[in-house]
Ligand binder design. Structure first.
Ligand SMILES: Nc1ncnc2c1ncn2[C@@H]1O[C@H](COP(=O)(O)OP(=O)(O)OP(=O)(O)O)[C@@H](O)[C@H]1O
Ligand SMILES: [Mg+2]
Length: 206
């Protein structure tokens, strides 16, 4: 991995937590301050990664094994790291990611049964992905998240909410392991209020 001079900022949280909303607000605010920000989406963000993304979205939560999911996310991410993230960080850019390998550790690792430690070891030690300088964990009850993304509760199998509850608990466990890297931000408040907390927790690592 080349010498990192930039900063890697990550927004994490369950479906509907407000990651994309907060990434938009934060990007606008940083740009207004003259910070050169690079936004990337996960999975995807490269030609190869977009093909992997299509595969993941096709089969998501149907018959795909959690380990298959894990490796596909890691594959898409490996390509993003080598084509986009590492070069941008080496150029001193601030990179803003909407999800990163912490999502894999929470979804496939904690909720899918692969294991948090195993998923993190794969990302950090085996793949050698750059660690985030700050991870904002937008913490939200899964029912609130589901309601926000317009997937009505009565159409959700009970398993859906239980799965997301395990994802949420997984994220909180990951955050507790590295309290200096993570900031847990309660996301059940108005977007501008959440954005204020997000900004404060990002500003001190720039
Ligand atoms: N703080 C908030 N309070 C109420 N609604 C919100 C808040 N933040 C975002 N929303 C709304 O909730 C929905 C989901 O938000 P958003 O797309 O930002 O979440 P996300 O975490 O990116 O979700 P996904 O994981 O599905 O990509 C959107 O309709 C958005 O306008
Ligand atoms: Mg989103």
């Amino acid at each position: 991995m080349p010498q990192m001079r930039g900063r890697l900022l990550v927004l994490e949280g369950i479906d509907g937590a407000g990651k994309t909303t907060q990434a938009d607000i934060l990007e606008t605010r940083l740009r207004r301050e003259g910070v050169r920000v690079l936004r990337a989406r996960e999975p995807g963000g490269t030609r190869i990664g977009e093909r992997v993304r299509a595969l993941l979205l096709d089969a998501r939560r149907v018959e795909m094994d959690a380990r298959t999911e894990l490796f596909l996310y890691m594959a898409s991410r490996a390509q993003l790291v080598s084509e986009v993230l590492a070069p941008a960080l080496a150029r001193g850019r601030v990179v803003l990611l909407d999800r990163y390998y912490y999502s894999t550790a929470a979804y496939q690792g904690a909720a899918g049964g692969v294991g948090i430690d195993e998923a993190l070891a794969l990302a950090e030690r085996i793949a050698g992905f750059p660690r985030a300088d700050r991870v904002i964990l937008l913490d939200l009850d899964p029912r609130t998240g589901m309601a926000r993304v317009n997937r009505p509760m009565d159409r959700m199998e009970k398993k859906g909410i239980a799965y997301l509850a395990r994802v949420r608990a997984g994220f909180l466990r990951i955050a507790r392991r590295e309290p200096r890297r993570f900031a847990v931000v309660p996301a059940d408040r108005p977007p501008e209020t959440v954005a204020g907390d997000v900004y404060r927790r990002v500003r001190n690592v720039l």
